[in-house]
Design a protein around this ligand. Structure first.
Ligand code: GDP
Ligand code: MG
Length: 332
């Protein structure tokens, strides 16, 4: 019996970009099949780029997805930094997935103008919200008319609907080259980055508007005890012996927010800690002891020195794992 020849391996970076709240992080998690990136109904949940690796052995493809903060009109230095990160990720990627909603969004054209249509696939997300799918047709037509995108794919990240089509369109844009990571890698970013993110996710879930916007979470102590420092897929995880001790400091932008976050008799902070710990334990495969502190650091979102201290600096040490490569020539 003769076997079909194995396709040459393809791999590369795929940036997920778009306006805030269109579902970029939800899409990343759906593609990975694991809740790696934090999501919430609040805009500006994603502040740093989050990388997740998906390896499809059958099709010899490795996608290194780069989730980005939503492009928006920035009000603070933190906001400017977030926009910069998203643009940089799009520029350096082999393929871009532009996530939009079924109805045209504000400033969408300005955003599209910055991308390279020939290596951009448009994902029209949240189609589960449409009662009448025919309503999508004029939207798809107008997206297709103005630009020569590689493809336009309607999908629902929440229902994991339409993802296979998206992946095959993205695959066609990736260069033929060996895998960049071990096949069971889930992310190349350090565990401590995700621990801080999972704590911030619980703060987003438990508090409203003003508070989460001014929150930064920093890992102050991390005793690893046998963890290899990055997240592997389940097959390579634990069980590990012992307990990982982690201490984190939650910085808030106002003294009054500190009270809200701690809550009456410390209840709020306790709830945040308990839920974040469960998530961290699940991802690390070890028992975790999580200690949280709250500190008021007014003005950090506009202070370059503080931004650096709190992990939002140009060089945060988490973005060096992949070599910088020149963007593909020819279509710009
Ligand atoms: P991001 O800011 O673009 O990363 O957006 P998130 O992934 O954080 O999602 C923003 C909100 O949109 C959340 O409340 C998600 O649950 C919701 N959302 C994301 N994808 C879908 C989808 O396919 N359908 C629906 N109905 N909601 C979605
Ligand atoms: Mg996001």
């Amino acid at each position: 019996m003769s076997k079909a020849p194995r396709p040459a391996p393809r791999s590369g970076r795929v940036a997920l970009v778009g306006r805030p709240n269109v579902g970029k992080s939800t899409l990343l998690n759906a593609l990975l099949g694991e809740p790696l990136a934090i999501t919430s109904p609040q805009p500006q949940t994603t502040r740093s780029t989050v990388r997740g690796v998906l390896t499809d052995d059958a099709r010899a493809t490795q996608y290194v997805f780069v989730d980005t903060p939503g492009l928006h009109a920035p009000k603070t230095r933190l906001g400017e930094r977030m926009n910069l990160l998203a643009r940089e990720a799009a520029r350096e990627a082999d393929a871009v997935v532009l996530v939009v909603e079924p109805l045209a969004g504000r400033d969408e054209e300005a955003l599209v103008a910055e991308l390279f249509p020939s290596r951009t696939v448009v994902a029209v997300n949240k189609v589960d919200r449409l009662k009448d799918k025919a309503a999508l047709l004029p939207r798809l037509a107008s997206l297709g008319e103005g630009h020569s995108f590689a493809a336009i794919v309607p999908l629902s990240a929440r229902r994991a609907d339409g993802l296979a089509l998206l992946l095959s369109e993205v695959r066609a844009l990736l260069p033929e080259q060996p895998f960049l990571y071990e096949p069971d890698t889930l992310s190349d970013q350090p565990t401590r980055f995700f621990v801080a993110e999972f704590v911030r996710e619980q703060i987003l879930a438990h508090t409203k508007q003003e508070v989460p916007h001014g929150v930064a979470v920093v890992v102050e102590r991390f005793d690893e005890s046998g963890n290899d420092g990055t997240f592997a897929r389940k097959s390579r995880r634990g069980p590990h012996e012992g307990i990982t001790h982690i201490e984190l400091c939650i910085h808030v932008s106002r003294e009054s927010h500190k009270k809200i976050l701690i809550g009456a008799r410390g209840q709020m902070l306790k709830a945040i800690g308990t839920e974040a710990r469960a998530r961290v334990e699940q991802m690390m495969g070890t028992k975790v002891h999580l200690q949280l502190w709250v500190r008021a650091t007014p003005g950090w979102m506009d202070d370059p020195v503080r931004l650096r201290e709190l992990g939002y600096a140009e060089d945060d040490g988490t973005s060096t794992a992949l070599p910088r490569r020149d963007p593909p020539q020819g279509d710009e």
